[in-house]
Design a protein around this ligand. Structure first.
Ligand SMILES: N[C@@H](CCC(=O)N[C@@H](CS)C(=O)NCC(=O)O)C(=O)O
Length: 344
């Protein structure tokens, strides 16, 4: 047999051998092992975005993105404190994931095709459905984005925001001047110093940044939402076990809300006869084991940070200073589009 004809046979044999050696361990299952050995989850967050990830004067991190990582840590270790937060600016975040500096990136990052296609990472779900908007001074007398032609707009380098901005102005035949800066603080300062007329970013971030201004009420967010910004946690490609673990921990939080399981009622949930609740909290089935975790992985996560709704309301919703309505982020049963596949 000529050499070229034998190659597929040899390849198949090598592949079969690889599968046999790997046994039941999923391909590339390195991350969970490394995290367990290290004793802490390295989680990439933003440098300080109220409601999403910010550090208080006692060096304690809190926020929506922070709680996703705490949920993962609780699922793994039974302890939401076993997280090391790594603040990252927009331009540095994906390299931090690629270079193993963080195990998961939970940093208001938009799931786009090019990020998965060219950066070697994968998004595990949509934690927050967002869209890009515009913030400007109330006394500018502008009430629609279509009046923004000729204005200078501040934005942050390394974000999806830059392309959406130029697309929107081009599509509406409006002149645009862009001032792109490196960090959120620099961007907000430029706006505050009137170096630009308008600040653009994901609407949730506009709510957060507005609270840092001296008179938040003097600034409005225009009604137009010019893009889809599905924000979610991202992991490296090539470790399916880890991808599943982060993905299902997040879905467990949504399923918990749907099933009415809360942090304060988790002990009742453990006694529940409802089969869906039993599977979620681990009194039935082997779902934790399938992720390389204990049976009660999801119960640990919910006990630590609450279900999705609790996380939302505490950090960015009605119980927070941001007070962002649930909108698209309400459950599918309540007029929103948050929907998790079942634990079954
Ligand atoms: N979702 C967009 C924008 C994300 C983003 O980085 N937005 C800025 C605008 S405020 C931000 O969060 N900065 C916080 C920081 O750099 O720490 C993306 O993934 O590119």
């Amino acid at each position: 047999m000529p050499n070229s004809r034998r190659r597929p046979v040899i390849l198949t044999a090598v592949l079969l051998l690889a599968v046999a050696v790997a046994g039941s361990h999923p391909a590339g299952a390195q991350t969970l092992k490394a995290v367990k050995e290290r004793g802490t989850l390295n989680c990439g967050v933003s440098q300080g975005l109220l409601g999403f990830s910010s550090m208080d004067d006692k060096n304690t991190w809190s926020g929506f993105d922070v709680d996703i990582c705490r949920a993962v840590a609780a699922a793994i270790f039974g302890d939401p404190a076993k997280v090391t937060f790594v603040p990252l600016d927009a331009a540095a975040r994906f390299a931090a994931l690629q270079s193993n500096r963080v195990d998961v990136l939970s940093r208001n990052s938009t799931w786009t095709m090019s990020r998965e296609g060219s950066l070697g990472l994968m998004f595990t779900g949509v934690a927050y459905y967002d869209g890009q908007g515009f913030l400007l001074r109330r006394d500018a007398g502008i009430d629609t984005a279509l009046q923004l032609g000729g204005k200078t707009v501040c934005t942050q380098i390394g974000t999806t925001t830059e392309l959406n901005l130029s697309d929107y102005f081009r599509a509406n035949d409006m002149a645009l001047k862009v001032l792109a800066l490196g960090t959120a603080d620099e961007t907000l300062k430029a706006y505050d110093d009137r170096k630009c007329d308008v600040l653009t970013s994901d609407v949730s971030q506009l709510y957060a940044e507005r609270l840092k201004l001296a008179a938040p009420d003097s600034h409005i967010i225009l009604p137009e939402v010019i893009s889809k910004e599905p924000l979610g946690p991202a992991v490296r490609q090539g470790d399916d076990q880890w991808f599943n673990l982060v993905k299902w921990t997040f879905y467990a939080l949504i399923n918990a809300e749907e099933l009415g399981v809360k942090s304060a009622t988790i002990d009742d949930a453990v006694k529940s006869q409802n089969p869906n609740i039993r599977r979620l909290v681990g009194t039935e089935g082997e779902f934790g084991e399938q992720l390389g975790l204990a049976k009660d992985w999801a119960a640990r996560a919910v006990r630590a940070v609450g279900n999705y709704g609790e996380i939302y309301e505490r950090n960015v919703g009605t119980q927070s200073k941001l007070s962002i309505p649930r909108g698209l982020n309400a459950l599918w049963t309540q007029g929103g589009i948050q929907y998790a596949p079942p634990v079954r």
